[in-house]
Design a protein around this ligand. Structure first.
Ligand code: AMP
Ligand code: ZN
Length: 492
């Protein structure tokens, strides 16, 4: 049974209040590969984390008790197995003359700030690679003991050839070993690996490596893939339900995670793999190295050459929900502006919905609409189809409001429950005004008082006062923007 069928069945049955045990209910283990914190996250990274936030929220809504683990990669990240000399954290730390862990701290805080702006729920556990060096060493030792890894000169490599004699190394991507080998360059004379596809579990530290730990093989640092195997096993067990990450991780990082787990505990780590597709800009994948990565901050302020204006976080979140997580999503100003309009329309309808008058009969089938919303999400978390159904709800709300259609009290209650559940709880949207603020209660309260005063001034057409408030706030480091939904503000 696939995830689609399991969720569908679970949902149907729980709503009928029957007992059913899909996955390992009521508990679900979800592991998502988190950010590498030697620089700011870009909007592409955010797409992946927002997609998993939707999935996490929906599982919670269905009644699962989810243990959601999303790691922080904060040690010697090597982009690909050829990139062994370059510790990105140390490089940046050296440039800025700070400790590598200061880099880690700065970008971890920045990442949390961005996640908060997008209204994503924090994971249940957010373990760091540097906090789990012992676990990674233990796992590497076990893989050597089981005969699937070897040590050369203080580094340890996974023996892919040995592994492929008993297992299908390309199982996740359905690729054959011959094809994989064809796409890998020959071993150079200097290469200490036995096989071309072998990858590092532990890497000997060169003199310039700042982040290093003692191990049975000398001073070094862990390979990238082993961190996720060690942390997912520690917090979710040897086999857990769902493992996720961006599509770019499937062919190497996740393929190697499976090999490590099977070599260590003879089990596949996850029952289901979920991969989010890439956010692209003019068809090119957004990435740190391509230099086309907007920072969320640039997106919110409009301060980037490719941006015509700033876009509020909730409009951007809604923009992402309009595309299925497994499809690519291309960024454009037009698409974002359309999403901005759609989001405002949805929010207006939510407001209108609270004031609708009821009648003795309904012209629309609200129960069918509710079922369609669940069916969309049960169909592999199909958020664009869900959005289409919610716009049918918007149409009904506006029609009833205009007196062209009618709705009973009971149906209105169901409509409100459905719309509120899917818009706020599942899709994680908020009105822009609700989403703003710093989390500092005193500052947020003062700001709402000041903005109410400015609204009053605007209503009396006292533009001198309203402009003065705006300018004084700006001088104090707070910028405000008048939107269709009201005034929004942010710290500069
Ligand atoms: P990184 O910080 O580069 O390790 O990436 C963190 C997460 O973001 C990983 O799950 C990546 O697969 C994902 N990711 C990276 N680039 C993109 C992109 N352009 N679109 C969507 N997800 C991405
Ligand atoms: Zn990972």
């Amino acid at each position: 049974m696939n995830i689609k069928q399991e969720l569908s069945l679970y949902n149907t049955l729980t709503r009928k209040k029957e007992k059913f045990e899909p996955l390992s209910p009521p508990f679900v283990g979800l592991y998502v590969c988190g950010p590498t914190v030697y620089s700011d996250v870009h909007l592409g990274n955010c797409r992946t984390f927002i997609s998993f936030d939707l999935i996490y929220r929906y599982l919670l809504h269905l009644g699962y008790k989810v243990r959601y683990v999303r790691n922080i990669t904060d040690a010697g990240h090597l982009e690909g197995d050829r990139d062994e000399g370059d510790d990105k954290f140390a490089k940046k730390a050296r440039l800025e003359q700070v400790e590598p862990m200061e880099i880690v701290q700065r970008y971890t805080l920045g990442f949390h700030e961005v996640m908060r702006a997008f209204n994503t729920l924090p994971p249940s556990i957010e373990p760091t690679a540097t906090g789990h060096i012992c676990e990674q060493i233990e796992m590497t030792k076990k893989i050597i003991e089981n005969g699937y890894a070897y040590e050369v000169n203080g580094s340890v490599y996974f023996d892919v050839e040995k592994y492929t004699r008993e297992h299908n190394y390309g199982e996740l991507t359905n690729r054959k070993l011959e094809d994989l080998l064809e796409n890998t360059r020959e071993l150079g004379g200097q290469d200490e690996k036995k096989g071309r596809l072998d990858f590092a579990l532990w890497i000997k530290a060169k003199p310039e490596h700042l982040m290093r730990w003692p191990s049975p093989w000398g001073w070094g640092f862990p390979g990238w893939h082993i961190e996720c195997s060690a942390m997912s096993t520690k917090y979710l067990g040897e086999t857990f339900d769902l493992h996720g990450g961006g599509m770019d991780l499937q062919a190497t990082h996740h393929t190697n995670e499976i090999a490590q787990s099977r070599a260590c505990s003879h089990q596949a780590p996850a029952k289901y793999w979920l991969h989010t597709n890439m956010l692209t800009v003019n068809g090119v994948r957004m990435s740190k190295s391509a230099g086309n990565g907007f920072l969320p901050e640039e997106l919110f302020t409009g301060n980037h050459p490719l941006l015509e204006k700033g876009y509020a976080p909730m409009s951007v979140r809604f923009f992402m929900m309009q595309t299925h997580y497994r499809s690519t999503l291309d960024f454009s100003n037009e698409a974002l502006q359309a999403a901005e309009k759609g989001f405002a329309k949805l929010m207006n309808a939510v407001k209108t919905m609270t004031q609708l008058k009821t009648s003795s009969s309904s012209t629309s089938n609200i129960q069918a609409l509710t079922d369609q919303c669940y069916a969309a999400m049960n169909d592999d978390f199909n958020s664009p189809v869900l959005v289409a159904h919610l716009f049918e709800a918007v149409r009904i709300i506006n029609s009833v409001n205009d007196g062209k259609e009618s709705i009973t009290t009971e149906d209105l209650k169901l409509l409100q429950q459905t719309v509120n559940t899917f818009v706020f709880e599942v899709m994680g949207l908020k009105s822009e005004q609700e989403n703003q603020g710093t989390g500092n209660k005193a500052l947020d309260t003062v700001m709402s008082l000041i903005l109410a005063q400015r609204d009053e001034a605007k209503k009396r057409k006292d533009f001198a006062v309203s402009d003065q408030i705006r300018d004084l706030l700006l001088a104090g480091g707070i910028s405000i923007k008048d939107t269709k939904e009201g005034t929004v503000w942010q710290l500069n």
